[in-house]
Design a protein around this ligand. Structure first.
Ligand code: ATP
Length: 423
C-alpha cells in the first residue's frame, strides 16, 4: 500500500512564471494537489498551502506561479509536466487594462468594461473568462459573468445561457458558486440548431443585465465578461456580431485565430477595441466523446452535487398534471405561413408537447412563467427536472427533481439535452 503511494506521489519545483500542467484521464481516478511552499494559483484562484485539492477523471489543470513554489501531486496523472512558456503575463496585462477602465467607470459613475471572449473551439475561452473574473474579484470588484456557450458552459447545465454576479473567486475544484444564476432555456447543444431563438435569448439576457447593472453601482463599474461558443465561421460569425451588438461590448478578446481577429477589426465600430491574444499551449483539445462526457457531468453535478453530495427526489407525475411545451415548430417555407408572418417566427413559437415515450431521459426546464399568457420564451427558469421513466399504461412520468413533490404548478420546457440517470 505504502509502496503504491510512493509511486504515485510526485513533487515539482516550479520557477517563477512557470506552470505545472496535468490531466486525470483514467476512470474513477483521483489526484490530490497540494502546495507545499511558495505561492501558486489555478486559473486565477490562489491555492492555500497544505490543503489537498482533489481532481477527478476529466480534469485538465494548470497550476501557475508568479513567485515560484513546490507542488505535490498524489495519485495517477496521465500527463504531468512543467511549462516555462505561458501567455499568462499577456492575460494579466489584459486584466490590468480592464482594471483601468473599471477605475475610470467608478470615478465617473459610468458602466465598466463589457468584454467578450471569442475564438474557435478549444482555445481556452472559458479558462480566460475564469482567470479575468478571478483577478477582478480579487481586486474587490463584482463583475458579471455571462456564459453563452450552450454546449460547454460554466453556468447551469447544457442547453441554457445564463449570467451570475461573481462575488468570490472560483473554487479550485468546483468553479464559480452557482448561487442564484439568471438562466434562460434554449434547449439545444449548439446555437446553430435554432439561431433565431438563440439570438432572441441573447438580446433578452443583455437587456436584463443592463437593467441589473443600473441598479447595482458596484457591478456596473466592474463590468461584464462574456464567454461565447467556438462557432466562428459563416452564421457563427454573424451570431458573434449579434452578441457584440446586444451587449454593446467595449472590448473583444480574440483567442488564437487571426482571421477572426481581422474580420472583427473590419466589421466592428471603431469604439469597440478588438485585441488578439495567443492561446496557451496547455489547452487540451477535447474529442466529441469528451465533450459529451463533460455535458453529462454537468447535469449529474446539478442533480447529485460534486464535492457536497445532493440527494434529488424521484416521483411520478400524471400526464394530466403537467404542462409541457417546446420552443420552435418545424420551419415552413414563407409561402405556407399565415399572412404577415415569416418562417423564422415559427422557430420562436411555443408548441404544446403531448407526453409520451418521446420524453424519456430528456431534461425539462421549470419556467418561472405560470401560464402561456406570459412571455414564456423570454422568462428565465427556476431549475430542471429529468424524465427517468414514461408509463403509458398509468399515463404518468417519473421525474428526478432537486425539489420534493409536488412539481411546481408552472410550465415545463422540453430540452434536446438528455441525461441517463445511472444512480
Ligand atoms: P470550448 O470551445 O469547448 O468552449 P474553450 O475554448 O472554452 O473550449 P477551455 O474550456 O477553456 O476551452 O479549455 C479546454 C480545456 O483545457 C479545459 O479542460 C481546461 O481546463 C484545459 N486548460 C486550459 N488551459 C490550460 C492550461 N494552461 N494547462 C492545462 N490545461 C488547460
Amino acid at each position: 500500500m505504502s509502496e503504491e503511494k510512493d509511486v504515485n506521489c510526485q513533487e515539482f519545483k516550479l520557477e517563477p512564471d512557470c506552470e505545472l500542467r496535468f490531466e486525470v484521464e483514467s476512470k474513477n481516478e483521483k489526484v490530490v494537489l497540494e502546495l507545499k511552499s511558495g505561492m501558486a494559483e489555478v486559473f486565477g484562484t490562489e491555492l492555500v498551502k497544505g490543503k489537498g485539492y482533489v481532481f477527478t477523471t476529466g480534469a485538465k489543470i494548470a497550476v501557475f506561479t508568479w513567485q515560484g513554489c513546490v507542488i505535490e501531486l498524489r495519485g495517477k496523472t496521465d500527463v504531468s509536466y512543467v511549462a516555462k512558456e505561458t501567455p499568462v503575463v499577456m492575460y494579466l496585462n489584459a486584466h490590468a487594462a480592464l482594471e483601468q477602465l473599471r477605475k475610470k467607470a467608478e470615478t465617473d459613475n459610468s458602466r465598466g468594461p463589457v468584454t467578450m471572449i471569442v475564438g474557435p473551439m478549444d482555445v481556452g475561452k472559458s479558462t480566460l473568462c475564469r482567470l479575468l473574473l478571478n483577478y477582478a474579484v480579487r481586486m474587490g470588484r463584482r463583475p458579471i459573468f455571462v456564459d453563452l456557450d450552450v454546449g460547454q458552459g460554466q453556468i447551469s447545465i447544457p442547453g441554457t445561457i445564463g449570467a451570475l454576479l461573481v462575488e468570490r473567486p472560483a473554487a479550485v475544484e468546483e468553479g464559480f458558486s452557482q448561487q442564484a444564476p439568471l438562466v434562460y432555456h434554449y434547449g439545444h447543444r449548439t446555437p446553430s440548431t435554432n439561431l433565431a431563438l438563440y439570438n432572441m435569448l441573447v438580446s433578452r439576457l443583455a437587456e436584463v443585465i443592463a437593467e441589473r447593472m443600473q441598479a447595482n453601482r458596484k457591478a456596473n463599474a466592474s463590468g461584464v465578461i462574456i464567454n461565447t461558443c467556438g462557432w466562428v465561421k459563416g452564421d457563427g460569425y454573424k451570431h458573434l456580431t449579434h452578441v457584440a451588438q446586444a451587449f454593446e461590448v467595449d472590448i473583444i478578446l480574440v483567442l488564437d485565430q487571426e482571421r477572426l481577429y481581422n474580420e472583427l477589426v473590419r466589421d466592428m465600430p471603431t469604439f469597440v477595441k478588438v485585441v488578439f491574444l495567443p492561446k496557451s499551449g496547455g489547452v487540451v483539445e477535447r474529442s466529441q466523446s469528451a465533450r459529451a462526457d463533460a455535458r453529462d457531468a454537468r447535469v449529474r453535478e446539478y442533480f447529485y452535487g460534486l464535492r457536497t453530495p445532493l440527494y434529488p427526489h424521484s416521483f411520478d407525475v400524471r400526464f394530466s398534471d403537467t404542462k409541457i411545451y417546446k420552443i420552435g415548430a418545424p420551419a415552413l417555407p414563407d409561402s405556407c405561413m399565415p399572412l404577415g408572418m415569416k418562417a423564422e417566427d415559427n422557430l420562436t413559437k411555443l408548441v404544446a408537447v403531448t407526453p409520451g415515450p418521446n420524453l424519456l431521459h430528456h431534461i425539462l426546464s421549470v419556467s418561472f412563467a405560470a401560464s402561456i399568457e406570459e412571455d414564456v420564451i423570454q422568462t428565465n427558469v427556476a431549475g430542471f427536472v429529468c424524465v427517468t421513466n414514461v408509463d403509458m399504461e398509468q399515463q404518468s412520468i417519473t421525474i428526478l427533481s432537486p425539489q420534493p413533490r409536488p412539481l411546481p404548478k408552472t410550465l415545463l420546457l422540453l430540452s434536446d439535452v438528455q441525461f441517463m440517470d445511472s444512480h
